[in-house]
Ligand binder design. Structure first.
Ligand SMILES: [Zn+2]
Length: 214
């Protein structure tokens, strides 16, 4: 992902451009849900299978195959409005992933296993690992600022909700904690930590917002 919150903001903005609430909800979910593969990747890391984990994120859920399957569902009448919105949001998500995170997108998954031209596409192949890690570190910090900004923005509309009252402070408090963690942890564990925060805090928050506000 660029960062989770960037996708979230984009999804929120784009969903507001559609009058039909079902389509709008689809756009919102499609903008973020492709990154649900982080859960599976994390499971593989816990099992000590890091090489496979690295191939899972931005694989099946970001692939043309996934687009095609969802399009077939929509065309055959399974939640067509929601899925049309979802496909649009997902398309924007994948395009953003190409440009704003220095990593590959396995657009042709699973063809990579059989044909040589269907390799994952990485526009940042020439960038060093060190640069990627530094860039990733700052993006993680920005991510928490963006979630805090999102909840602060929502506070005007939903002033009494606990999420808006305590969410921004919680997110901002994580920034110095992450900066300290970054100084004392290996890169591997630092990113495991940030992915953990994504899984237990941000994604449930995203779902909650969807159910309550979208
Ligand atoms: Zn992604």
């Amino acid at each position: 992902m660029p960062t989770f919150a960037q996708h979230w903001w984009v999804g929120w903005f784009l969903s507001g451009c559609f009058e039909n609430p079902t389509v709008a909800k689809g756009v919102y979910w499609g903008s973020v849900l492709p990154d649900v593969d982080v859960y599976l990747a994390f499971l593989f890391i816990l099992l000590g299978r890091e090489p496979e984990a690295m191939k899972i994120h931005r694989g099946p859920t970001h692939s043309l195959l996934c687009f095609a399957l969802l399009a077939v569902c929509a065309l055959t009448g399974i939640a067509p409005l929601f899925l049309m919105g979802f496909l649009f949001g997902m398309g924007v998500h994948v395009v953003l992933d190409f440009f704003f995170w220095l990593w590959f997108v396995d657009l042709f998954w699973p063809l990579r296993y059989w044909v040589s031209w269907a390799k994952p596409i990485n526009l940042w192949d020439h960038v060093s690992r060190k640069t990627i890690e530094t860039w990733g570190y700052y993006l993680e910090l920005v991510d928490h600022m963006l979630v805090a900004a999102f909840l602060t923005y929502q506070k005007e509309r939903h002033p009494d909700t606990i999420v808006c009252q305590y969410g921004p402070t919680t997110m901002l408090a994580l920034i110095p904690a992450l900066m300290i963690a970054h100084r004392h942890m290996s890169v591997r564990y630092f990113f495991a930590l940030t992915h953990g925060i994504f899984m237990v805090l941000q994604m449930p928050l995203f779902v909650w917002v969807s159910v309550q506000w979208v």
